[in-house]
Design a protein around this ligand. Structure first.
Ligand code: ADP
Ligand code: MG
Length: 264
């Protein structure tokens, strides 16, 4: 697997504070890398640095071997796509128009057939065919998230960055999104995905990185990273990590008091 990103000694400052602090990270083509960590840990800021939207205070980021700062915005838009945490569309575009926006970086470079195929595939993968004529602004949170993901998929970039794509989704659509992420990786893309659900991350990511206070404090396979000690220390809550699971992937469950009233 070749490196999509090489990050060395990355520090990012926002509002006078160091939000990302000395991060070293490699992201490989063909892998799903999950970023996890508590609220405010700096996951979105780190992802923003990878997209080129958050300035680098020190250190360096190479995208496909080339310093991120040397990429033109047009070339960047064909190299990496981004699903932001807040799905910012304020003008009432239809869902179809939002998905079509994913093709704009390819204007004059792709055929109408390629555009149509990319859009059709994105619509199918995100299960939004029934929403296409609706205004994006009139959708539910989960429907917006899927329409925004369709825009990202339509962009067909070698690197895909997703910030909490499953946060608003029901159980089935959460699973669908992570299957899409796996398929992207199987096709050789590099996928970085911010997730809160540790068990979902463990089931679908090749590697996980735990972010705490701007640093990566653990990185490796889910089984390596998700020890009760690490989760407890980083999140401040005692957990069980179940390893004897139907699919062999660890499941993280908080210690909860047994309640006899719950079943009545
Ligand atoms: P996460 O995505 O892990 O929840 P973020 O990267 O969004 O965390 O934020 C990390 C920290 O940086 C938070 O304390 C947040 O308040 C702060 N932060 C984020 N954006 C800005 C900004 N533009 N200016 C100042 N502080 C910011
Ligand atoms: Mg965030």
């Amino acid at each position: 697997m070749t490196a999509a990103y090489e990050v060395r000694g990355l520090t990012c400052r926002l509002g006078g504070r160091e939000i990302v602090r000395g991060v070293d990270l490699e992201v490989r083509h063909g892998e799903v890398l999950a970023l996890v960590g508590p609220n405010g840990a700096g996951k979105s800021t780190l992802l923003g640095a990878l997209t080129g939207d958050v300035p680098v205070a020190s250190g360096e980021i190479l995208l496909e071997g080339r310093p991120l700062g040397q990429w033109s915005s047009a070339d960047l838009a064909r190299a990496r796509s981004v699903l932001l945490q807040a799905n910012q569309v304020s003008f009432p575009f239809t869902v179809r128009e939002v998905v079509e926006m994913g093709r704009s970086p390819w204007l004059g470079r792709s055929t109408a057939q390629e555009d149509e195929a990319a859009i059709a595939e994105a619509i199918e993968r995100t299960d939004i065919a029934h929403l296409l004529d609706r205004p994006f602004t009139a959708l539910s949170g989960g429907e917006r998230a899927r329409a925004s993901l369709a825009r990202v998929l339509a962009q067909r970039t070698p690197v895909v960055l997703l910030d909490e794509p499953t946060a608003a989704l029901d159980l089935r659509h959460q699973e669908d999104v992570m299957v899409v992420a796996r398929d992207l990786a199987a096709a050789g893309r590099a996928v970085v995905v911010v997730l809160h659900d540790l068990s979902l991350a463990a089931a679908r990511a090749d590697r996980m990185a735990i972010v705490e206070a701007g640093r990566i404090v653990g990185i490796g396979t889910p089984a390596d990273v998700l020890t009760p000690e690490t989760v407890e220390r980083v999140y401040g809550i005692a957990v069980h990590v179940l390893t004897d699971t139907p699919d062999g992937h660890p499941i993280v469950v908080p210690h909860r008091e047994r309640s006899d009233t719950a079943s009545s």
